[in-house]
Design a binder for this molecule. Structure first.
Ligand SMILES: [Cu+2]
Length: 188
């Protein structure tokens, strides 16, 4: 019986070793403007800082105003741990939401938001809607990030194979161990 337990323990350890990710997700450690900031003047750009370098190509920052208007201007840029986007002159006073989605250095997408409040209305006009195409474009990075993660985790496919193989080995070892235990029981 001890042999069986030992086999089970080793099998569990092997499974954990395969499943546990080698690296952690990127974590947002700072932003400009800061989360919860009260600003009299709108920022010219938004910069987010992470604890690890962000992968190129999939990062996206959006800035949504109190009336739902989008205020980011142009493409999101990734520079090491920093991700930024330009912002056009803000309009109405109120809460602005900085939504972001990035691809972690471990290949997993991370998405969240920070908010700030514009205390004084700026010169920007809310009647200047984001082009319709940008709404479509904003969906695309989500899909490509997932695709990238999937291909990145050709690792994941391999992990499944490893788990399957480990289960087969575990099953075989369990049968062998049980037979031996049984054999020892009848002969002794
Ligand atoms: Cu991860």
């Amino acid at each position: 019986m001890r042999r069986l337990l030992t086999v089970l323990l080793f099998a569990c350890a092997a499974l954990l070793g395969v499943v546990t990710p080698a690296q952690a997700h990127n974590v947002l450690i700072g932003s400009d403007p800061k989360d919860g900031a009260q600003l009299a003047t709108g920022p010219e750009k938004i910069t987010l800082t992470f604890d690890q370098p962000v992968r190129q190509g999939f990062a996206q920052i959006s800035l949504t105003g109190p009336d739902g208007t989008r205020w980011e201007d142009g493409k999101t840029a990734v520079n090491g741990e920093k991700v930024s986007v330009a912002v056009r002159p803000l309009g109405p006073a109120g809460q602005y939401v900085v939504g972001y989605r990035i691809l972690s250095s471990d290949g997993h997408p991370v998405a969240s938001k920070v908010t700030f409040t514009l205390t004084t209305a700026g010169p920007g006009t809310a009647s200047q809607p984001a082009p319709a195409s940008s709404a479509v474009a904003s969906q695309a990075p989500d899909l490509s990030a997932q695709a990238a993660e999937a291909s990145q985790n050709g690792g994941a496919g391999m992990a499944v194979l490893w788990i399957a193989a480990a289960l087969v080995v575990l099953g075989g070892a369990t049968i062998v161990a049980m037979r031996r235990t049984k054999g020892q029981g009848t002969s002794g």
